[in-house]
Every structure is written in C-alpha cells, then in structure tokens.
Design a protein around this ligand. Structure first.
Ligand code: 4NP
Length: 163
C-alpha cells in the first residue's frame, strides 16, 4: 500500500501530513505494509527545498522529525505508483485529477472526508499565517493520519481503494 500526501507547495501541509502519517503508521506496526511520501501540485517553485521552518518546528513539538524531507512536484506517474493521492484541499484535488492519467483520477481524494473526519473538509493553507495556523493544520492532519491508520487496519474494508 503506497500513500501520497499532496498540497500546493509541498513545504507546509503535506510534509506535516507525511510526518504525522508515517508516525501513526509506525506506532500501529503497519510500517512494513504502508509506504508514505508527499508532493506538491506546484512543486516547481519549491522543488528540492526543505519544509518551511515553521512546519519543521510544529512537527518537532509533536515529536515528529520532518527536517530531512525535500519538496517535489506531483507527477502523472505517481498515479500509477500510489494507491491513494491524499489531497489537503479542493484546489489540490482538482489539480491532481487534472494531472492524473485517464482512468486514474479516482485515486486522488480529499483526505479529511476520505478518512471520515467530521467538521472539516479541507486543511487550510498556513503559509501566510502564524504558528497557530500551523498548529491548526497539524491537528487536522494528525487526526486524518490516525483515522487513516484505523481505516487501513480494517484490511477487509473494500472501500479503501477507490474504483
Ligand atoms: P503548502 O503551503 O501548500 O501547505 O506547502 C504553501 C507553500 C508555499 C506557497 C503557498 C502555500 N507559496 O505561495 O509559495
């Protein structure tokens, strides 16, 4: 099972989402079965960059080290490699589906609703915000990560992979 977390720049939300998901997967003992990466729909501005220092600090506050991650752009080939492309917001989802090869569009989903989170559909972009905004994004991403692990743990769940 390969999961790709996607946002716009791959320097704030998706690196935090990758870190949270990796940590929750390891905690659940699913590390040998589930692989996680992240990418940005517009990674060309930031490709090769480290995560935003505020994202690194926020993850570290929660015991997760994301400093070694490097940004990259989402590629059409990713849709053949990854079972699910977990998008942070509706723009990310639209752009991911536009990039997807024919027949692979359904692999891109809006992460929070897919994970069954109530009360929020999107992870807001904290880039122009403050540490409180990063904390809010982290809380949503980590809640989604925990819910994702619960969903993946039910291996009989036929709804895991979109048709
Ligand atoms: P991300 O945040 O999509 O969560 O990585 C952003 C990063 C950079 C920009 C916008 C959002 N930017 O405009 O450069």
């Amino acid at each position: 099972m390969k999961l790709l977390v996607v946002c716009l720049g791959n320097i704030c939300r998706s690196p935090m989402g990758e870190g949270a998901l990796r940590a929750r997967i390891a905690e659940a003992g699913l590390g040998s079965w589930v692989q996680v990466d992240s990418a940005g729909t517009s990674g060309h501005w930031h490709a090769g960059r480290s995560p935003d220092p505020r994202a690194v600090a926020c993850a570290r506050q929660h015991g997760v080290d994301i400093a070694a991650q490097r940004a990259r752009q989402l590629l059409a080939e990713d849709f053949e490699e990854y079972d699910l492309v977990l998008c942070a917001d509706a723009d990310n989802l639209r752009e991911a589906r536009e990039l997807a090869p024919a027949g692979f569009e359904a692999r891109a989903v809006l992460w929070l609703p897919w994970a069954g989170i109530d009360g929020a559909d999107v992870v807001p972009d904290p880039y122009y915000g403050d540490m409180g905004d990063f904390e809010h994004s982290w809380a949503l991403l980590d809640t989604a990560a925990q819910a994702t692990v619960r969903r993946l743990s039910r291996r009989g769940d036929s709804g895991i992979i979109p048709a």
